[in-house]
Design a protein around this ligand. Structure first.
Ligand code: TPP
Ligand code: MG
Length: 293
């Protein structure tokens, strides 16, 4: 790991996340890049319970616990309040799940970005409503089992495609948009550090694997995060000043390598995997075309 990776910790031991929780590493890495002058707003989600019960907390910075739909509105208010006290140097950050971002919080997110506040919105994407028991969200990928897309005799796995919120943010021309994963921490750290220096709205979507929700061994979290990029499931990109840059992985792997580690995809047959692979390739080609624009 390069020496530039910040040593300071703003998240301590003693939290209540599951073993191998990707969302927990996401928060730890984001705070490392932002530093102590940060305030984080968390809506209803796993992260609302991970820090611990009041008066205990595993975070060394202030956290506002807000309602499920309100992340965008809450960071707007925090920003304006801090600025009115002359505290422009504080980072105001939303740290929201995929349900709270792709679904119920989408209008609040879009509105906060449109108003142009100097805020960072981080979507930790574990691809379902995990805190309430693995219900599908708009960000759940095609083919996945969840408790609301069950696979019994009817094979009711999710039949619609993942909604890529970062793509929506590009369509809205948000000044800085990026995708990242905890499997490439230096890349994640650099993107958060870049966002910190930009005055205006920023959005980062971090793929954050979930052992119980994706049904895999908790020691595989980092491996799965890296495979997601290498198997073209979760392309890494950065959008700045209207220009898209797509990361080309040094190594690519077959989709099956990513899917086979996770019980949530265990029901898929060869034909279905081939269809998913084709759709992912189409999206990849779309991103490359967009990069050339
Ligand atoms: C208006 C409203 N509806 C439903 C809930 C119940 N609820 C709490 S957390 C949650 C799931 C959150 O999912 P996500 O945003 O993906 O975060 P994760 O739990 O995966 O970390 C739900 C449905 C709520 N708190 N408020
Ligand atoms: Mg989630």
């Amino acid at each position: 790991m390069p020496l530039t990776f910040p040593k300071e910790e703003y998240m301590q031991k003693g939290h209540s996340a599951c073993a191998g929780c990707g969302a927990t590493l996401s928060m730890r890495y984001v705070l490392k890049a932002l530093g102590p002058k940060s305030v984080v707003s968390v809506p209803a989600s796993c992260w609302a319970v991970i820090p611990g019960e009041f008066p205990y907390t595993s975070l060394n910075i202030p956290m506002l616990y807000t309602t499920f739909a309100s992340s965008g509105a809450s960071i707007s208010g925090l920003r304006e309040g801090l600025d009115s006290q002359g505290k422009e140097d504080y980072n105001v950050v939303a740290f929201a799940g995929d349900g709270g971002t792709a679904d119920i919080g989408l209008q609040g997110l879009s509105a906060a970005m449109e108003r142009g506040h100097n805020v960072l919105y981080v979507m930790y994407d574990n691809e379902a409503y995990m805190n309430t028991g693995i219900q599908r969200s708009g960000s759940t990928p095609y083919g996945a089992w969840t408790t609301t897309t069950p696979v019994g005799i009817k094979r009711d796995y999710k039949k619609s495609n993942k909604k890529f919120v970062a793509d929506l943010m590009i369509a809205q021309n948000v000044p800085y948009v990026a995708t990242a994963t905890i499997g490439f921490p230096e890349d994640l750290e650099r993107k958060v550090a870049t966002a910190k220096l930009i005055k205006g709205p920023k959005f980062i979507q971090i793929l954050s694997p979930c052992p119980p929700g994706w049904y895999y061994n908790s020691s595989d979290t980092i491996k799965i995060s890296r495979l997601a990029v290498e198997a073209n499931v979760f392309p890494l990109y950065e959008y700045r000043n209207g220009k898209l840059t797509v990361y080309k992985p040094a190594k690519t792997v077959p989709l099956r390598d990513y899917l086979s580690l996770q019980g949530r995809f265990g029901h898929l047959n060869d034909v279905e995997i081939g269809e998913i692979e084709r759709a992912l390739e189409e999206r990849w080609q779309y991103l490359l075309r967009r990069e050339k624009d």
